[in-house]
Design a protein around this ligand. Sequence first.
Ligand code: TMP
Length: 405
Amino acid sequence: MAECRICAGEVDEFFDFGRQPVSDSFVTPETAGSEFFFRLAAGICTSCTMVQLIEEVPREQMFHEDYPYRSATSAVMHDHFEAFARRLLETELAGDDPFIVEIGSNDGTMLKTFRKEGTRHLGVDPSGQVADFARAEGVRVLTAFFEESTAREIAAEDGPADVIFSANTTSHIPYMDSIFRGVDALLAPDGVLVLEDRYLGSIMAANAFDQIYDEHFYLFSVSSVGAMARTFGFELVDAEPLPVHGGSMRYTIARPGVRTPKAAVAELLERERRQGLASPETYRRFTEGVERSCTELVRLLEKLRAEGRTVVGYGATAKSATVINYCGIGPDLVPFICDSTPAKQGRLTPGMHIPVQPPEEFSKPYPDYALLFAWNHAQEIMAKEQGFREAGGRWILYVPEVHIL
Ligand code: TMP
């Protein structure tokens, strides 16, 4: 059995996707085949309940100068972060000369509001190209991996942080011991660490198996984040379910005894117990769900091809790498995928090498069906692409199961 990266307990492997490429390595025709492959398998720690990958991808393979993901591609996510930034300004950051640090600040979507309001802030992100978008907005960014040494340097230069925030990033980081030592060095005595991430409870309920990929080293729950905070000398004091990304959770972590934990923590722990989030039966059902979804999806795509129907992918998401490669979906079934991220356009998806095109190609002419890989942005994308439905097009989704809308 593998050893838990959080508590050194035993990790019980529940699914093996086999050899998979790094999910955000969108290659050019010239570099196709150079993708880094690893064994994508997930398990649950039988002690602290943390769901985690069995094999770790070296961080430099995932996050580097050319990392393509941009938070700002979703207007919903943009509004979501702005609303939370405003809430923080009225609460945790309402004191004298507050300071906020963001781990994984990407293109500055969250920190932009603090820049506008003149609040001291610093983003830390190893991906140079996306950080340049933040800098262009006047956001302060340090191009580095956040870890203990980085945190100590920031503490020495800028002083303690009232809030350390991180959205959809800490789950990417196996070495949480170093992160928490860094948080300990940087966080003000009564400051908070706020983490947002895809929620394990929602992933299991929706059989959203594509949320398992290299960058999602952990799938967090209230139970596992509570245990992680305790392991590293902190305390989980609040948890707030969020609708984004198909179901997320915002965790507030403080130094032990500094804040009274909110009732939501105990309530959500009880809900997780009732859902069976630590029970082997849940993971057995999940495994069956993955196989069923893949078989049905490929069967549907093959049937449509046999009928002469056209199918295009929508959203070259990192998570689509898991579906595309595990189910074996190539350009013969999905000739191209539309995506609004310039850094992905003109490239090929990792592993199966499906070309990525700008969304403008979607309507030239509209296909009969669109396979929505960005299902977590379904409302936003369907609202934007109403013309597709009006032209008689239908959406194919595979979460929570394969269906046509
Ligand atoms: P995510 O699910 O990891 O946020 O990735 C979403 C992907 O979908 C990203 O590559 C951008 C793309 N996208 C579009 O192409 N159009 C859209 O309207 C939205 C919201 C996302």
